[in-house]
Design a protein around this ligand. Structure first.
Ligand code: IVH
Length: 684
């Protein structure tokens, strides 16, 4: 720094930088911010202003470089002082036991070996070099020996420390090379692709490609706009750090300010590592980022040195890969399905393929525009993905496998089930069959009516409903209440006993809360959430039935499209008749909370993570039945965030805003005792 600059200015700049480093560390690494985003931005603007006024004060570790540096013409390359090796893969418990045996043989011992188990991030490997506590360079893995220098790009990643932490009396190591995985989380990926679609840019195929593409930008200002994150998992050369185990390494890295994955288990036996794998593969969908397996590493660094490496990979580590969630297969045909509200959805019939242990024979193609965008033809070889509970979908066509025999698919000009006309409304990607009596629509409407969040009629499943409609025993959901035992008992897979049970189930379902009733009607755009809002605001079905559009729009959470759809629904004679039939069959709507106390009256809840005993929809229903509201995102109006295991970014947001964070047990306590009795304060 220059001598002729006012020492006060130098002091302010130094203090601002230190404060910004500390706050980004608290926010991005510890997930525990001390100041608001606005305050952080204000400090950053102040530093940018001062650095612009005093260019001599610029510094390679200034937090202002997080926004990117001037573009490069090309990337320089650098040699890794210790090669960045790859990992051997294992695919079964037997492969892992064999690995353990090889390790023991290599160490000439029968004693149990201790390991570390870490999630295997699916991103891009990088190496960062710090000298005297300052980030001086960063590179990609490249071919393992030489990588590309991407220092300016890596500086833009908020969770990368630019200067190291020197707490606990620790002095900065003279040199440390750290290795980790740069990635884009699931939420960041979605936002990034939504933004690209808005800008008419092609979306990225997956988070890994997005991360790789973002890191290899010559203009780091582009990188700065991408939601890149990092977890560190190892070291290259180290100066004066004294370490004995991999667990120690991770702990030391953590203390120096590096972000370490919270799901790492250290000093465990091979059996425990296999258990971890099982646990991780079950929780995989709940993690906010993609992982493709678990890395098992011998914990002792002395043992690691004895075992050494082959030219490709270390003998002390193995990647236990998850079963693929993507596979290639062929599209045998494309069928068009008609949904509850008449929407035509093209569905691919696939040559059956096992993906992640489940055989997949169908994949949704969403709509006509998606088929065109992905250029999907019948006979194409495609990459299919099954992630969690999501319906399998076609990721892309493997065009190199085309033979010329593929056939273009066109959406039908009339409904494939009832042959009525189909329409495509403005601003909608989907075609819809206009015939509300179309058997496909009738079946789907009845399935919806009997489903869990609606009348919840156990035993009245999909197959039975299809038979009943095909045999002209059901024309609308109101007819359900006219079903008699003798009408059911001669159907396929049905006897008098099950027929009797179903009739009893139907009878029991007749007493129903208002919001479930509204949801069951299957009005377009009225899902469980909106049904809850309507029930809460109107408190009576008659009010809903007679409401005018402007009365509905006046309800908080109801927009003009929803309002219009409700008015349209009740205008139709056939719907009026169905509602009348249900009432005369003895359906009784009771007002939500009528026999309960409104223990959560007016309070707004947000749910995140996995709860222990309740599913999301059960928790939502319970909160709403106690008079509370459930919102999808945290805001200043949120009263409580209910956080389960592996919470998402909502937790961070709630902490920032000072929202009360409670667990499932506390939620249950609030519901039974009420806010005040339970003594857990909401925001007033
Ligand atoms: S250790 C010599 N640990 O997997 C050991 N790698 O197939 C090398 N990876 O290039 C890596 N998560 O990009 C290690 N927890 C983890 C990892 C991990 C992801 C990646 C890394 C590496 C590749 C090897």
């Amino acid at each position: 720094m220059q001598k002729n600059i006012d020492p006060e200015v130098i002091k302010s700049v130094t203090q601002l930088r230190a404060a910004l480093h500390r706050h980004s560390y608290r926010y991005y690494v510890l997930d525990d911010p001390e100041i608001s985003d606005a305050e952080y931005d204000r400090m950053m603007q102040e530093l940018i202003r001062m650095e612009a006024n005093y260019p001599d004060l610029s510094s390679p570790d200034s937090p202002t470089l997080r926004v990117g540096a001037p573009p490069l013409d090309k990337f320089e390359t650098v040699e890794h002082s210790i090669p960045m090796l790859s990992l051997d893969n294992g695919f079964s418990d037997a492969d892992i036991s064999e690995f353990d045996l090889r390790v023991k043989r290599g160490l000439d011992t029968d004693d149990a070996i201790l390991y570390t188990a870490e999630p295997k991030l699916d991103g891009v490997a990088v190496e960062l070099v710090y000298e005297n506590g300052r980030l001086i360079s960063a590179s990609t893995r490249g071919d393992g020996f030489r990588g590309e220098l991407i220092t300016s790009n890596v500086r833009t990643i908020r969770s990368v420390p630019m200067v190291l932490e020197t707490g606990k009396g620790r002095k900065n190591p003279s040199l440390i090379e750290v290795r980790g995985e740069v990635f884009i989380g699931k939420e960041g990926f979605k936002r990034l692709n939504d933004r690209r679609l808005d800008q008419n840019l092609p979306p990225f195929a997956n988070p890994r490609n997005a991360a790789a593409g973002s890191l290899r930008q010559l203009d780091s200002r582009v990188t700065a706009e991408r939601p890149l994150e990092v977890f560190f998992y190892g070291i290259g050369r180290i100066g004066d750090l004294d370490l004995e185990s991999h667990g120690d390494t991770l702990q030391a890295l953590k203390e120096l300010g590096f972000r370490i994955n919270p799901n790492i288990r250290s000093k465990i036996t091979i059996e425990a590592a296999i258990d971890c794998y099982r646990d991780l593969s079950e929780r995989r969908n709940l993690l906010p980022y993609d992982i493709d397996g678990m890395v098992i590493k011998v914990d002792s660094l002395r043992f690691q040195r004895i075992l050494g490496a082959t030219s490709r990979s270390p003998r002390w580590a193995i990647a236990y890969k998850f079963k693929a969630i993507q596979e290639t297969t062929q599209i045998a045909d494309i069928e068009v399905q008609v949904g509850r509200t008449g929407t035509l959805t093209p569905v691919a019939h696939l040559v059956p393929v096992k993906i992640g242990g489940v055989t997949v024979g169908r994949a949704t193609l969403h709509n006509e525009d998606e088929i065109k965008r992905k250029d999907i033809k019948i006979g194409d070889t495609v990459l299919v993905q099954r992630a969690g509970d999501v319906i399998p979908e076609v990721v892309k066509v493997i065009t190199s496998k085309r033979t010329g025999k593929e056939r273009t698919f066109n959406m039908p000009l009339s409904c494939p089930v009832c042959d009525s006309s189909v329409i495509r409304s403005e601003n909608e990607a989907a075609l819809r069959c206009i015939n509300t009596s179309c058997p496909a629509q009738v079946k789907e409407r009845i399935k919806h009516f009997a489903s869990k969040g609606a009348f919840d009629i156990d035993g009245l499943g999909e197959k039975l409903i299809e038979q009943l409609v095909d045999k002209d025993l059901l024309f609308s959901y109101a007819d359900i209440f006219q079903l008699k035992e003798d009408m059911l008992k001669n159907l396929e897979r049905m006897g008098s006993k099950s027929a009797g049970n179903i009739v009893r189930e139907i009878e029991d379902s007749k007493r129903i809360t208002l919001h479930r009733f509204i949801y069951a009607l299957g009005i377009r755009h009225v899902g469980e959430h909106v049904a809850g809002i309507l029930a809460n605001a109107l408190k009576s079905f008659d009010k809903l039935r007679c409401a005018k559009s402007d009365e509905l729009v006046a309800i908080d959470g109801v927009g003009p499209v929803v309002a219009e759809s409700i008015v349209e629904f009740f205008k139709k004679n056939e719907n009026q008749k169905i509602v009348y039939d249900m009432m005369t069959s003895g359906v009784q709507i009771f007002q939500d909370n009528a026999d309960k106390q409104d223990t959560l009256a007016g309070k707004i809840f947000v749910l995140t993570g996995t709860l222990e005993t309740l599913t999301r929809s059960e928790a939502k229903r319970a909160i709403e039945e106690a008079g509370g509201k459930v919102s999808g995102s945290v805001s200043r109006n949120t009263d409580y965030l209910v956080a389960g295991a592996s919470p998402g970014s909502k937790l961070k947001r709630a902490e920032e805003l000072g929202v009360n964070i409670i667990d499932e047990e506390t939620l249950k306590k609030l519901m039974t005792e009420g806010i005040h009795q339970a003594g857990i304060g909401g925001q007033e």
